[in-house]
Ligand binder design. Structure first.
Ligand code: ADP
Ligand code: MG
Length: 638
């Protein structure tokens, strides 16, 4: 992958740049060898023709033969390698036709096939590079250093020394290196690389900024909130690297056709030879089958689709995932942070035991600083917004999705859902039994073993929720099921009017897995979730989709698809892109094979010479590859 080696990041290491040292990699060798393998037969072809024109006819054949050999040798080495791995590929046809042409003295045909074959390979790698460009471009944007305000001066520092609260200067044109808040001035940011949104956005002082976006306005000061390795961009880069490594194109699709096509080709060639008694007819048939467009077109269409999705802020981890995305029948969706946007606001504070409202919120939010749960983050943001001083929590123990327990300023605090807290402090159950506004999220707090109060939050549905559910139904998702760890009353109140098939509430992470497993009998299941507590269910589903690359790294890593932007309407969009790519891939395969078979029959009947066959086949290949590249653009109407 070009540029890939420039930006190598791993999960545990902070952002660092490493350059491949020592021997050139095999890939680099390939990159160098490919153009040479095209130039040799091209040069041979021209020289041989020139020799013929100049009256040195006998030399032509020799020159063409010599120019064919390097391509044939490299091809045979590759075939032996893939046979060892147990793959029977269509490259065999290419090798057979070149060998046959040399043996039967069709030297011009041999060199033309060699040129077409090597040219096709080159075209394919070009198309794949083009298709991958959006993903690779993201990797190439990783900044190396940042400008840090230190003791009244600006210092250029490596990213891994930046700590939360550090103040950085982001110049015009810089890529924002870590997640933070605008500290001074107004930032005008181009987020298109991450979200596909073309219009720049304005962020005022105090507003959050994601790493990985570009400053297109004046320089501004950024106050870091995360280390580089924990920032959004590092998360995205890690995910892309995983996606590229697991880039398994639709091999099953190609496999289905490859062996059948190989058998058909050999049979047709054999019949043509037997029937006409002329081996050159068989050769012409083989030549037309070389190289089969399906090995070229399928990966190009799939990689294009993955790239197209990345451009829209949806990271699809490989071709197989893209294929699964086209078959989803059931959706299991989480509530908090997924169907709702999780930016909950406090609507009521009910303190007890002589605490003030602010003190209750301060204790709860101080402890919740240790949690990545969306509701925890909302509480912390509210407390900060009210100017409360947050204390560092210690001895924290969390049960993801349920709540946590720890020490804050010398007091033992428990924060979480009613079930979680009342299980530890039973009196909380009675306190929380009262009436709450419909659909509101209730966070219970206990301090030093006694109920301390309730925090009531409104966490409304995303505005696009109903429309997204409607689009998914139109795309053929027949069952849509809510699976939430929250209370039944909340789940029911929030989902009124969404027409869901089932609503499951009060779930623990393993109950979410059980629901996903049970749904699998209706067809492929997609699970959409956001929190750490959703990671197991995301992994259990046929297709896990995580909201947001940072929020909870565990869920993004367990998922097959990650929304790099916090917008639910990207889900039907991604399914549309997947469908379109698959349709284009299949279209290329059927059209390519159909045309090739027609050509083979014409050649078998003696209407095409091997040289004409090679030229026709090349035209088919180019058309099919260009068609496959269409998957880079456009969307499926839904
Ligand atoms: P969902 O499955 O819908 O995403 P969760 O299981 O993640 O919901 O959360 C359910 C409820 O648990 C929340 O609405 C909240 O009341 C409570 N909760 C869980 N973790 C925390 C936390 N760290 N701080 C406060 N409340 C929490
Ligand atoms: Mg959630």
């Amino acid at each position: 992958m070009p540029g890939h080696e420039n930006a190598s990041l791993s999960a545990s290491r902070p952002l660092r740049l490493s350059r491949a040292a020592g021997f050139p990699s095999l890939q680099a060798l390939h990159r160098f060898a490919r153009p040479v393998l095209v130039i040799m037969p091209a040069l041979g072809l021209v020289l041989g023709l020139a020799a013929g024109v100049a009256g040195h006819g006998p030399w032509s054949g020799l020159i063409w033969a010599v120019a064919t050999v390097p391509v044939l040798v490299v091809l045979i080495v590759e075939i032996v390698g893939s046979l060892r791995r147990g793959d029977v590929g269509l490259d065999i046809v290419a090798a057979l036709s070149m060998t046959g042409a040399l043996v039967f003295g069709e030297h011009l045909a041999a060199v033309v096939v060699a040129l077409m074959y090597a040219g096709g390979q080159y075209l394919e790698s070009f198309a794949e590079r083009r298709a991958n460009r959006e993903m690779t471009a993201l990797l190439g944007r990783v900044p190396r250093t940042a400008l840090l305000h230190r003791d009244g001066r600006l210092e250029e520092v490596p990213l891994d020394v930046i700590a939360p609260q550090d103040r950085l200067l982001v110049r015009q044109g810089d890529v924002v290196p870590v997640d933070g808040l605008v500290a001074k001035g107004v930032a005008v940011l181009d987020q298109s690389a991450l979200t596909g949104e073309a219009l720049p956005v304005r962020k005022r002082s105090g507003e959050p900024v994601m790493s990985g976006v570009t400053n297109v306005g004046d320089a501004f000061d950024l106050s870091a909130t995360h280390r580089a390795a924990e920032s959004t961009f590092a998360g995205i880069v890690r995910l892309i690297e995983v996606a590229q490594r697991s880039k398994a194109p639709m091999t099953r699709l190609a496999d289905r056709f490859a062996l059948a096509f190989l058998a058909l080709t050999l049979a047709l060639a054999g019949v043509a030879w037997l029937w006409s008694g002329d081996p050159v007819r068989a050769l012409a048939v083989l030549v037309i089958a070389t190289p089969c467009p399906l090995i070229l077109a399928v990966p190009v269409a799939i990689v294009s689709g993955v790239s197209r999705a990345a451009k829209a802020g949806v990271l699809v981890k490989g071709g197989k995932v893209l294929e699964t995305l086209t078959r989803v029948r059931t959706l299991v969706i989480d509530k908090t942070g997924t169907l709702t946007h999780g930016r909950a606001r406090i609507v009521e504070i009910r303190p007890m035991a002589g605490l003030s409202s602010d003190r209750l919120l301060q204790l709860a939010a101080s402890l919740d600083q240790a949690s990545k749960h969306v509701i925890a983050q909302a509480l912390v943001a509210e407390a900060r917004g009210r100017g409360l001083d947050l204390l560092p929590p210690t001895e924290v123990e969390e049960i993801p999705g349920e709540g946590l327990e720890g020490c804050v300023g010398g007091r033992r605090v428990i924060v979480g859902g009613i079930r979680f807290v009342s299980w530890r402090v039973p009196r909380v159950g009675a306190v929380a039994a009262g009436q709450h506004p419909a659909g509101s999220v209730v966070v219970a707090v206990a301090v030093d073993g006694a109920p301390a109060g309730l925090l009531i939050l409104a966490d409304p549905l995303r505005t696009e929720a109903a429309q997204v559910i409607g689009s998914l139904r139109r795309l053929g998702v027949t069952r849509i099921i809510l699976a939430t760890g929250d209370r039944r009353e909340v789940a029911q109140a929030v989902t009124v009017g969404l027409h869901l098939d089932e609503v499951h509430a009060d779930l623990t992470p393993d109950r979410k897995i059980a629901i996903v497993q049970a749904e699998k009998r209706h067809g492929p299941v997609m699970m959409i979730g956001d929190g750490v507590n959703d990671a197991p269910a995301l992994a259990a589903a046929d297709l896990g989709l995580a909201m947001g690359a940072r929020g909870a790294a565990a869920s993004a890593e367990a998922a097959d698809v990650v929304l790099l932007v916090d917008e639910l309407d990207r889900v039907p969009g991604a399914i549309g892109v997947a469908r379109r790519s698959k349709r284009i891939a299949l279209q290329s395969v059927y059209a390519g094979i159909g045309l090739s078979v027609l050509g083979m029959i014409a050649a078998g009947l003696g209407y095409l010479t091997p040289v004409q066959g090679a030229l026709i086949q090349e035209a088919i290949d180019v058309a099919v590859i260009l068609n496959a590249l269409r998957a880079l653009w456009g969307v499926e109407p839904s």
